[in-house]
Every structure is written in C-alpha cells, then in structure tokens.
Design a protein around this ligand. Structure first.
Ligand code: AMP
Length: 443
C-alpha cells in the first residue's frame, strides 16, 4: 500500500514525501482509514511502530477539511505521559502539517508557563500536553477545552502507570462528550479496558505486533560481570567495538549521573537524561546524542520512554530493570525500522533472579559471554538490590497467571510497584511522575 491510496490531501502527502516515507506502516494502514471515517480507536502500538503519524495524519486531514466549530479554541488535544513524548508528537504534527495553516501548541511542566500562555492566547488548533501542566492552564483559565473535537490519549498505559488517572479523569470532564477519541497503549490491560469502556464509542480495535516484543533483528547478549567491574567493562566494549551511539540504562538517576561522569573522564562523551534534569538539559542531551556529538546517553527507564531515535545501534543494560517488561521496552530502542541492533546486559550476581525473570518473559535464554579479565569472582555473594523493590517485584511476577498472560501480548509494566507509591529510590515511573507533579503544583 502507498500513502497516496489513503485519501490524504496533497499538502499532507507532500510533507510525508519530504520525510522520505512512501508506504504506511501496519499501524498507519489500519488506523488512518478508521480515523478518517470518524471512528473512535483503541490501538495497541508502541513507540517505533509509526503510531504518531498513525493518528497525526488523519487528524490533520480532518481538521483541514472540517471548519472549526469555535474560533481560537483547541480542536484537538493529545495527552502524553512525558515531556519528551509531548515534544516529539508536537514536532511530528508540525512536520506533517507543514503545508497546512494549522496552529499547534506544546504544554508540559518543568519549564516556564509564560510562553505557553502566550502561545495559547494566539489561538491553537492542535494542543499537545502532559496532564499536570494542562490542568494548571485550565486552573488559570489560559486554555478552554470546550472546543475539543478529537482527543488522543497517547501511551495511555504509561499515563496510568505514572499515576495520571485522576488528572486524565479531570481532563475528560472538561472536554465535550461528543468527540472522537483515539487511545494508544502498549497493551490492552484490564485497567486500560476500564478506561476505554467509559470513553470510547464502538471503537475500531487496531493491534500490531510490537516490533520490540521479540525484536528478531536485535541480538541480545549478557556479560556476567562483578558489579565493581561493570564500568570498566562498558568502557572496554565501547572502545573495542568503536560504538558511537549507545543508549545505556541505569536503574537510578544517581547511577545515571555517576556513570555519565565516569565515561566522560574516560574520554567517552556522555550525558545523563532523567527526570531530575531540567527540560533544557534533556532536550540538549537528546539533540547532541541524535547528532552524534555525544557517544553515550545514560538514561533511566522513564526518561527513555518515547525517545524517538532512529536506528539506534546499541543498547546497554548497565543494570537490569526491576520489571522484566522494561527489558523489552529497553531493547526495543534498537533494531528499529528494519535495522539490526545489539542489546547488551551487564549482569552481576545480585541480578541473577532478575535475569531469570526476563528470560522467562522472553521464553528463551539470552546468550552469555564471559570476557577474559571480567569473569565474575565466585566468592562474591549476592546482595539485595538497593532500592528494596526486588522481593516484592519477584513475588509479583511469580504469583498467578498475570505474567504469563502478558507474555504473548505486548509487554505491560503494571505491577503495583510501578504505580507511584513510596518508598522509592529512582523507580522508573515514579521519579518522573513525582517530579512532574511537584513541578506543576509549585508554580
Ligand atoms: P513512532 O512510533 O510514531 O514513534 O514512529 C517511529 C519512527 O518511525 C519515527 O522516526 C517516524 O518518523 C518513523 N516513521 C513514521 N512513519 C513511517 C513510515 N511510514 N515509514 C517509515 N518510517 C516512518
């Protein structure tokens, strides 16, 4: 199928062609006709599938053909869990809408509200927002959601994981009942279905194979190594293999900072990206990484979610995630768009049970490679993982059928530990959620 067969107007086709795309991805081929028909949509699709264009292109088409009911008020609202995703979605809207006279605005926390107010005052057609800051604007009456014709919930599962359900419900109460709603989620969990039930009308269901679930193009490898030697091993791997663009995952923000510092000291240009960094620093780090000014981006899970980095060749798990599904999300950062990728995990004795949980989820063992000089010392005994979530997490994974049910489907990080509850140290979802909330409340 070609984009030209989808009934999109010439201005949109031109913008798509300029991006170099000719064929719609599977999610686009299914979603675009349904949205153009005005149907609600419930789509299981992750970042990397082309989902953003899947909703953006038909929305642009609909807006440009239907006159606005009310002047100046936003007609489309896209809600996203993170600032990075919001920024990427808005950029896509601007790219694909380049030849259309539609206005977009981007609203998220952690940055000054003034410029956003100014942008909103100028009149907006498409508003892309994270929930907390959007409600700040509602509170200040700087946005009026009563003209929303199309609502998009992007990465709805992650919004629920981050504890945004109340904010979402508040937003739902502010938008008109009569509207088209598009819900995108990595999985259709019970929670998502619950949200969808009250919200979607006779939705078209669209499910595409998550390209990162099995990620056949991604070679996976585990290097067993002592914790104290992980850094040295990472530096050796980067140097020996001349890796230029490596996304490295740590479990904590502190770990990300320390590792980035040490890599820089070893003459490997690196930056850390996580929820405690200012928006400017995060945007800069991402831009530098994309343009290969930086060799290494060290990220926590939540910061990496939604990062749109094309054809990332290497992903390294400096530490395994507490939630096995996050491993799948992480390695999904590589091997995108048909390119082959490599995912490497540095695993110390403390993490063996996490590795077992991951292999159980993947339903296959991951190749282990012992590197001379880095063989684990057999006299070292395992210690509990610092953030104290491991035991609860593991029992959660083992109890009942839930983990098994999820295996055949797209992964869903849905354990109670992920839902924004203390105590914590750098838990992936929480870090950013908490920051987001404090960011929006204290202004
Ligand atoms: P998304 O899943 O929306 O984050 O998109 C993932 C990546 O695929 C982005 O870099 C898009 O620019 C790219 N992309 C979107 N649509 C297409 C397409 N039809 N053909 C090739 N690449 C695409």
């Amino acid at each position: 199928m070609q984009f030209t067969e989808l009934g999109l107007r010439a201005e949109i086709l031109r913008a798509i062609a300029e991006e170099g795309y000719t064929e719609p991805t599977p999610i686009q081929a299914k979603a675009i006709p349904a949205v153009l028909q005005g149907r609600d949509l419930m789509a299981a699709a992750q970042t990397g599938t082309g989902k953003t264009a899947g909703f953006t292109l038909p929305i642009l088409q609909l807006l440009s053909t239907k006159p606005a009911a009310a002047r100046g008020k936003p007609r489309v609202l896209v809600l996203t869990p993170t600032r990075e995703l919001a920024a990427q979605v808005e950029e896509s809207v601007r790219t694909y809408g380049h030849y259309l006279p539609l206005k977009t605005a981007l609203v998220f926390g952690g940055v000054g509200i003034g410029p956003q107010i100014k942008a909103l005052k100028g009149g907006v057609d498409i508003l892309v927002a994270t929930p907390g800051r959007l409600l700040d604007h509602v509170g200040q009456r700087t946005v009026d959601l009563s003209g929303i014709e199309i609502l998009v919930l992007d990465e709805a599962d992650r919004m629920l994981d981050m504890g945004f359900i109340h904010d979402i419900r508040k937003v739902l109460a502010l938008v008109p009942k009569q509207k088209q709603t598009l819900l995108f989620s990595a999985t259709f969990s019970d929670e998502i279905r619950g949200l969808a039930n009250g919200l979607l009308r006779d939705p078209q269901l669209v499910e595409v194979a998550p390209r990162n679930a099995t990620a056949d193009l991604v070679s996976q490898r585990v290097y067993p190594v002592d914790k104290a030697k992980k850094r040295e091993l990472l530096i050796k791997l980067i140097d020996d293999h001349h890796w230029h663009q490596v996304l490295v995952f740590t479990r904590t923000k502190h770990g990300a900072n320390t590792l980035a510092e040490k890599l820089n000291k070893a003459d490997i240009s690196a930056a850390a990206i996580h929820g405690n960094k200012s928006q400017g620093a995060r945007t800069r780090a991402l831009a530098d990484f994309k343009s290969m000014k930086l060799n290494v981006l060290v990220a926590t899970d939540i910061a990496a979610r939604g990062l749109d980095i094309d054809q990332l060749p290497h992903v390294v798990n400096f530490e395994l995630p507490n939630v096995p599904e996050d491993y799948v999300h992480r390695i999904g950062r590589t091997g995108r768009a048909g390119a082959s990728g490599h995912a490497v995990s540095l695993v110390c004795i403390d993490e063996h049970s996490l590795l077992r949980d991951i292999e159980r989820l993947l339903k296959k063992p991951i190749e282990k490679v012992l590197l001379p000089g880095f063989e684990p010392d057999p006299s070292i005994r395992p210690e509990p993982i610092e953030n104290g979530k491991r035991s609860g997490q593991r029992s959660g994974q083992r109890s009942g059928k839930q983990g098994g049910q999820r295996q055949g489907n797209a992964p869903k990080p849905s354990t109670p530990q992920r839902q924004g509850k203390p105590p914590q140290r750098g838990g992936p979802a929480r870090g950013n959620a908490a920051q987001h909330h404090s960011g929006s409340r204290h202004r």
